[in-house]
Design a protein around this ligand. Sequence first.
Ligand code: SF4
Length: 334
Amino acid sequence: MEPIRLRLFDWWSRYARDLPWRFGRTTPWGVLVSEVMSQQTQMSRVVPYWTAWMRVWPDAASLAAAPKAEVITAWGRLGYPRRALRLQECAEQVAGRYADRLPQDYDQLVALPGIGDYTASAVMSFAYGERIAVIDTNIRRVLSRVFLERESTGGAVSREERQLAWNVLPKDERSEDAGAEGEGPEDAGVEDSGAQGDSGRLGLADPQVRSAAWREPASARWNQAVMELGATVCVARKPACDICPLAGHCRFLKAGLPGLGAGRTRPRQRFAGTDRQIRGSILQALRQASGTPLSKKELQPLCADEIRLDRCIVSLDDDGLLEIGQDGLLRLPK
Ligand code: SF4
């Protein structure tokens, strides 16, 4: 395991995307916001939204006190806007029940609105440095390929996958030593793999950030690095094995990539022409109206099918994302 870890840590410290919520530069609450925003949305798209959001609502208490209309507006085009309201519900509980401090406890985290196993584990690992196996689609794909010589099956996480994730998770005893001066990745005897992941990435150019990356507990570094490898190099359909730092250790590559892509159970979801798109357009129109209520007639250009438009309006109302006044006009909730 040690050579695999060393190669991966070296790659991580050189080529990780320098995202603003990484490497100890934000609060645990900021990490949680980044995780919620990144569910079903690419991280690169999340950065400007996260930055603006944290400037206005840096903690749970400020978000809890915000008008819903502002929260929905700030969510912008991130998609699945119910997440914004769930995040605000979560903020209300953190502010009220935990004195504005995000719990450092897995069970308390998963009990909060909108937080499931993955998000709770990610916060425990990335924000608090606790040793816990984080399991998402990218991590499952990489671990399954490297260690089990096959594609991840998709669907619910199996016992075997969970056990594997725990088995390969590094211990943290030496994490502080590893961060000591002179023990960075350059001194670990690992040659640059040349793996740059997706083109155009800067990696960790700032020496201070790079040093912070190396000081994180080994388990947190491992979780983030495996996930990053799955997001940028060991991708589902066309893994870039020629630049992968784990190529020399990967059983799946050695076996000739058997059944590549077979684990993909869900086809990519179409967006154009769906109710999701119409719902997004309705919300966008209400945001742009800046508090001025709109009539259904004003929204009709968004969807020629009146029954469908009604259905989308009703579903947004059911989700608490808009309000229908007694005058029949639509507005974002207060
Ligand atoms: S060698 Fe290829 S299949 Fe194996 S981990 Fe790297 S990118 Fe994935």
